[in-house]
Design a protein around this ligand. Structure first.
Ligand code: OAD
Ligand code: ZN
Length: 250
């Protein structure tokens, strides 16, 4: 089936990828659901909602500092690298991700739409201050305080990620839907497909007459509309697709 999918991608006019936490699992970042999922160990309503942040910003920041540290140790895996390569080859036009871990960017993906924000960005809860900070500086300057404050107005800073009950960033969501409408192939990787509105993306491709390819270690909510289901780890399946595409384009 890898060969068929590789041929499909090579002949596609406009192929995109849609990714979730599963693509970063092999980089050592825990997923949200399923075995060892974050939401089995922690209650999202206590850590990832605007109400939780109002109630106990220190606890929410502790959770994000822990995740930031974990993500800072992670490197892109062969699945992220394969997607970046497919973009360079002109085969994948964009990657739409639900992940906040920055690993697609680190792998070299250029046209990246982050639907749920980025964990390395902070923003002010009052004014429009927003900053992308990564690595040591983030840990030393922003996170050394219990509660990081805005350099402009002194109000509380928060992670620039989407919490439960919050709308998605409008520009990114519109762009994702626009791309989905014009795509003839979408490759859906490592997502449970349970969180909306992000999960509309593959449905829009399907309804616009496109082909849905899914890569996952198990069935997901997207599987019923998948034309091709490649069962396996993203870090193993994606490099195989890229290798086959290199072979075809020789
Ligand atoms: P989930 O944790 O819901 O789902 C992860 C998916 O990845 C599951 O379908 C797994 O079977 C699959 N998976 C795990 N390891 C894999 C591997 N090595 N290769 C391929 N697939 C693998 O994560 P998401 O679907 O991304 O929202 O969750 C969606 C949203 O829910 C997240 O963006 C987050 C969360 O609450 C926000 O933070 C707003
Ligand atoms: Zn401010």
């Amino acid at each position: 089936m890898i060969k068929e999918v590789a041929r499909l991608l090579v002949s596609a006019k406009f192929a995109i990828a849609f990714t979730g936490a599963g693509i970063s699992a092999e980089s050592g970042i825990p997923t949200f659901r399923g075995k060892n999922g974050l939401w089995n160990r922690y209650r999202p309503e206590e850590l990832a909602t605007p109400e939780a942040f109002k109630r106990n910003p220190k606890l929410v920041w502790e959770f994000y500092k822990w995740r930031i540290k974990k993500i800072l140790e992670a490197r892109p895996n062969p699945a992220h690298m394969a997607l970046a390569e497919l973009e360079k080859l002109g085969i994948i036009k964009a990657v739409i991700t639900q992940n906040v871990d920055d690993l697609h960017r680190e792998a070299g993906t250029e046209n990246l739409i982050e639907l749920h924000g980025n964990i390395f960005r902070v923003r002010c809860t009052k004014c429009d201050f927003k900053e992308y900070v990564k690595g040591k500086r983030l840990l030393e300057e922003i996170l050394e305080e219990d509660l990081p404050k805005c350099p402009n107005c002194g109000s509380l800073l928060r992670p620039d990620v989407v919490w439960f009950g919050e709308p998605l960033p409008e520009k990114e969501l519109n762009e994702a839907f626009r791309l989905a409408e014009k795509s003839d192939v979408i490759i859906v990787i490592g997502t449970s497909g349970l969180v909306y509105p992000a999960a509309y993306v593959p449905y829009i491709v399907k309804e616009s007459g496109g082909t849905v390819v899914e890569v996952n270690i198990e069935n997901s909510a997207i599987t019923p509309i998948a034309d091709f289901f490649l069962k396996g780890k993203a870090g193993e399946v994606l490099p195989k697709i890229a290798q086959e595409i290199r072979r075809l384009s020789k």
